[in-house]
Design a protein around this ligand. Sequence first.
Ligand SMILES: O=C[C@H](O)[C@@H](O)CC(=O)C(=O)O
Ligand SMILES: [Zn+2]
Length: 276
Amino acid sequence: MEFRYATNPEDMKQYTTDKLRDEFLIESLFVEGELKMVYSHYDRVVVGGVIPTQQEIKLDAGDALRTEYFLERREIGIVNIGPAGKVVVDGEEFTLNKRDCLYIGLGKENVTFHSEDPSNPAKLYFVSANAHKEYPTKVLPIKDAEPTRLGSDAESNNRTIYKYIHADGLQSSQLMMGMTLLEPNNMWNTMPAHVHDRRAEVYLYFDMEEESRVFHFMGRPDETRHMLVKNEQAILSPPWSIHSGVGTNNYTFIWAMAGENYTFKDMDFVPMEDLK
Ligand SMILES: O=C[C@H](O)[C@@H](O)CC(=O)C(=O)O
Ligand SMILES: [Zn+2]
């Protein structure tokens, strides 16, 4: 488990490119046969990636959480971004095909990750947050998720948002999670940009070509910076930061939020005049 601390936005003004990336970019989450995790002090989210091969991989609290097991005081949302996989939760099996989401509630002790075909392994991405109450452990297959169309070709941001974990979907204590797919020839996400000072957010960009990049914008609206992001890299977005990107090609991303309220629509849009 790697640890990331929270940042004062005043300090971010001084950051070099390398420092910005060290604090906010997660460059490597997916390694065959391994479970990789980053613990962020923003709303204490844990961001993880796992590629199980021949052997199952256990979701382990290690020494980092100082609890008996990972979900003792947590909940988790898992999305498969690769070939078919399986998650076993206290003996119950959940199959996840590409883009399916599994929510696991507080108190589940034994969670293991598996691939249907170890030579063509699953790629499971997850975000976990602290939880105060147990909600049902459940899969939402992508085919049953509600699509919302946003943007337009004229603005190069024609995209579909699927919400998985939220007030009207899979229920949780505080975690919200979903996925946004851009149509071909559409490159912009989240423009006009917004902030939600009550919740931190995490992005995972994926389904990108090796040579494609997303220029991801962050920072307070009047003090923005960018980071160059590759396929299957994640971004930690502080509550005070915009989180918007433009790609050299279209792409897909998973967003996850945790924090104060549980209201997806609680976001403050930034007028173009205020963006600097
Ligand atoms: O707070 C919500 C998140 O930033 C995403 O829902 C934004 C997004 O997917 C998009 O505009 O494309
Ligand atoms: Zn947001």
